[in-house]
Design a protein around this ligand. Structure first.
Ligand code: ARG
Length: 477
């Protein structure tokens, strides 16, 4: 039982001024430049699947509430299916005159199925339509990002487990501080990425509400069923306020914010990879396939992939700033400004996906140069704290033991000797409390093994951390 609410049969389509979807009240055609200036089709066509999915849900709901007949609904399904096929086969002709992805698809639908196509927009506006499309698009981007993040974390676990006992210098101020294990260092990256994962999931959960039905800004007079369309599109519920629904872009900002923190983390890891591959550190080797050479210096092997990831962090921060600035001071409800949300958002999605892919491919291929790491850890008096702790265990107050060790280090610098390379007699110059057993704590192995508590660098703890992490990842799937 269908009422012809859109009354489209009566429209005089023989317009001379403009044939656009909103041309009715206009008496001259849009300026050609303005048409190009205001169009978004060049960049929003990538949401064609979400747009079609949203339209199918809308048509299904309109038929359920009796605004469309079942036959009209079926025509719309078939027509949209045809449009999708055309787009995917590359035969669809995108037109700037039709402004955006929404009107391009609607117009193609009408060309295919005639007047029924014109009924699809009943009870809907491009304002709620675009809000719905972007939410759907970001939601599936988050799902793809979550998979890639997990793949990267799995790769980290493989290397961390393998290198749980590999000793390297740990740094503060980029000065040798205390020995750590390479596995422990990689598990620090793992923790950063776990927080990133949670941030994206948090963003996903908050964005997962359906703006469809908010129409232009105030809702619609048709007897729509917003719970139903929300459900059809996999949203948790309809959004609560129609004005907010069409103007809200918080989810895009939250997404770009989560992306910025992620890229900040990847830039830090990149920086370390770049340092470690340098001749000065020489801690790791990256396979040739992740590096490039120099056109002038034949000896060079440059860590381009981490460098580029570090560099791309800048555009992701920039995109976040763009979106925050775009939304600043905007009055309710929809404003054309909002069309500017897409390029920064899409660029962020593409950049995050590419960077994660590069990292997920690269990390498991890292080769640790264990001997170089070990030798570096031996330099820089990295077991000085262990000597201080040893003296405290023998009854000396920490501040005094700090002083004793400081003097020992000064002597070591002068003699060019690590603490572990000094004789007992040399060490005893600074404290007679020092005995033969000091050498147990002055070794790198002893130093890392002694930090044997939750979150510590002892190989045993690194293995435990890897086991916990495996369980965390298993619970995601
Ligand atoms: N292309 C527009 C956008 O991306 C779609 C919504 C346009 N709505 C309007 N009333 N002009 O935001």
């Amino acid at each position: 039982m269908t009422k012809d609410l859109s009354n489209t049969n009566d429209v005089n389509t023989d317009k001379t001024a403009t044939s656009s979807a909103w041309g009715g009240r206009f008496s001259e055609a849009t300026d050609a430049f303005v048409q190009r200036f205001t169009a978004s089709v060049d960049f929003d066509q990538r949401m064609y699947l979400e747009d079609i999915e949203g339209s199918i849900a809308h048509a299904t709901m309109l038929a359920k509430v009796g605004v469309l007949s079942d036959d009209e609904k079926q025509q719309i399904y078939a027509g949209l299916e045809g449009v999708r096929a055309d787009i995917e086969q590359g035969t669809f002709e995108w037109s700037v005159e039709l402004e955006d992805v929404h009107m391009n698809i609607e117009s193609a639908l009408t060309k295919r199925i005639g007047i029924t196509g014109k009924k699809l927009h009943t009870g809907r506006s491009r304002n709620d339509q675009v809000a719905t499309d972007i939410r759907l698009y970001v939601r599936s981007a988050i799902d793809a990002i979550a998979k890639e993040l997990t793949r990267l974390q799995e790769g980290l676990l493989v290397v961390a487990e393998r290198e749980a006992g590999t000793i390297m210098p740990g740094f503060t101020h980029l000065q040798t501080a205390q020995p750590v294990t390479f596995g422990h260092h990689l598990m620090a990256w793992f923790e950063m990425l776990s927080r990133d994962f949670d941030r994206f999931m948090d963003c996903r959960q908050r964005l997962n509400q359906s703006p469809l039905g908010a129409a232009a800004l105030a809702g619609t007079t048709y007897p729509i069923d917003r719970d139903y369309t929300a459900d059809l599109l996999g949203f948790e519920r309809p959004t609560a306020n129609s004005l907010d629904s069409v103007s809200d872009r918080d989810f895009a900002i939250e997404f770009c914010s989560a992306a910025s923190v992620l890229l900040m983390h990847l830039s830090r890891a990149s920086e370390e990879l770049i340092l470690w591959t340098s001749a000065q550190f020489d801690f790791i080797d990256l396979p040739d396939r992740f590096c490039t050479g120099s056109s002038i210096m034949p000896q060079k092997k440059n860590p381009d992939v981490p460098e580029l990831v570090r560099g791309k962090t800048g555009r992701v921060y920039g995109n976040l700033t763009s979106l925050l600035t775009l939304m600043k001071s905007q009055p309710l409800a929809y404003n054309k400004d909002n069309q500017e949300d897409k390029e920064p958002l899409f660029d962020t999605i593409d950049t995050v996906r590419d960077c994660l892919r590069a990292f997920a491919d690269m990390i498991p291929a890292i080769q640790a140069k264990k001997d170089n790491m070990y030798q570096a850890a031996k330099k820089g008096f990295s077991t000085a704290t262990d000597l201080a702790d040893y003296l405290v265990r023998k009854g000396i107050a920490f501040r005094d033991s700090h002083e004793i060790v400081g003097k020992s280090v000064a002597y070591g610098i002068e003699q060019n000797k690590d603490l572990s390379e000094m004789t007992l007699a040399e060490l005893q110059q600074f404290s007679t409390t020092i005995e033969q057993d000091v050498f147990d704590v002055l070794t790198l192995e002893g130093s890392v093994a002694a930090r044997n508590h939750i979150g510590g660098t002892a190989p045993k703890q690194v293995k435990a951390a890897v086991d916990n992490a495996k369980q965390l990842l298993a619970a995601r799937s």
